[in-house]
Design a protein around this ligand. Sequence first.
Ligand SMILES: *[C@@H]1O[C@H](CO)[C@@H](O)[C@H](O)[C@H]1NC(C)=O
Ligand SMILES: *[C@@H]1O[C@H](CO)[C@@H](O)[C@H](O)[C@H]1NC(C)=O
Ligand SMILES: *[C@@H]1O[C@H](CO)[C@@H](O)[C@H](O)[C@H]1NC(C)=O
Length: 474
Amino acid sequence: MRLSAVLPLCALLTLTQQRPCFTSGSPHLGFQAESPERCTCDVVSSEKAFPHQKLAALQKDASGCNSNVTPGQAFEMESLLLGLERRLPQLEKDVGMLEKENDGELFGALSLHVIENELFEIEQLMDKLNATSLADQELAEQATQQLQDLRSDMQDLETFDTMQVVKRQQANQRLKRDLDQCRSEILPPPKPTQLPKAPCPHGQFRNISGPMVYTAGEYPGSYKFGAWGRDPKPEPGKENWHWMVILTASNVFSHYVRQYSSLSSLIVGVSTPGNVQIHPTNPTTNTIQGPNVVMYGGALYYNCYNKDAVCRFNLTTKVVTSQPLPKGTRYNSKGNFCRLDECYPYTDMDLATDESGVWVIYTTNQDFGNLVLSKVELGQQPTIGQTWHTSVYKQSATNTFVVCGVLYATRYVDEKTEEIFYSFDTVTGKENFNVGIFINKMSPNIQSLNYSPVDQMLHAYSDSKMVSYKVLFQ
Ligand SMILES: *[C@@H]1O[C@H](CO)[C@@H](O)[C@H](O)[C@H]1NC(C)=O
Ligand SMILES: *[C@@H]1O[C@H](CO)[C@@H](O)[C@H](O)[C@H]1NC(C)=O
Ligand SMILES: *[C@@H]1O[C@H](CO)[C@@H](O)[C@H](O)[C@H]1NC(C)=O
């Protein structure tokens, strides 16, 4: 039996019930297109709570049948539940946001759309959970029944959200039509979602959390080198999308970006939008070389195959543009990150994102192998902007990332620990070799590490696992 894994969900739902989202007022949502320029949306949520009592019984049964769960089964179930766990608070948050948006702005319409998507994804997760449970012949009938009850309760919840909340207003029938009409008439100018104006809105980087997400993803154990993350400046409608690049040829080369419509899809390994291919051949001119790639503004930035250059692949147009780095830049595995006496092959170029955009970290002969940091300017074609020369030897670092214009470098301590030991502030030019922040690793090696300014997470690709940490500011 694998029902022990249901426990975290119970805990989650307990939590959900305590929050105000579904507990006050009467169900009510109105949507009007008042004029072609204005859409208003006001929502008061209802009293219906999560199906808590049923879950208590489930929890009791679950605790009775722990012993037969194999680690593999438990892991699969846990991944699915983690997916749900991530979805539900998000749903709650978005419904909460919708409640606040009665200010006549269009954003309400978009939020509603996002919530629809989330409900759909939760449904998919539930389906997968159901499939997993059915595949397990040992699962007691009673337990299966309870799981299905849970599913039906989830469906109630979904019905409650899509129907009841939406229904009550007399404009209910016209809601979707108005919404579509509204959207097509006056689609708001795509605002970069949460990119703050101030360069460092969160204060100073102080520490990082323990692992918040830890998943084997879609291809457990298959690709040792890769990267994953979330576009800090997503296109409208892709705010929750996550991406993954795995080096499918020789642990060095790749020729496509794999996309997931949400974090939970990535965790459970369901790639809905699928791949966007740079070229059918791998490797070839302008395909990906090395793991330290990033997505920004709907484009992938990476070290182009066999070149000392930064490539930008526009996922919409599928066009690649490239910008050479200065003469003397080390490439083709000549300027790598290293741990102890072992280097990570083809890590010559590390692309990074922060609040201000895209950076590239590399080294050159004239810098004697020390880290060099350049801003990547995002015009018609990416160009190399201002450049800073540090005094840290690239081979003494395992990876780098940028937060608020400050470069950070990591080094290998032991199998369980990586240290953020070095920083370089591009504003003051100040270097610090005593940062002393420790990363709790899930696997010995980190092949790529990048900061996501959208949610202040550090995304690591670590021996084929995907792990993320929350950056804590002061
Ligand atoms: C679970 O899946 C089985 C077979 O795929 C299906 O017959 C059953 O109706 C599903 N249960 C629920 C609650 O969706
Ligand atoms: C950083 O966080 C870890 C727990 O994640 C904690 O053990 C450590 O003491 C913190 N370090 C500092 C300097 O606050
Ligand atoms: C990708 O191409 C589209 C169409 O030309 C353009 O609007 C968009 O800005 C490009 N994105 C990037 C990141 O260059």
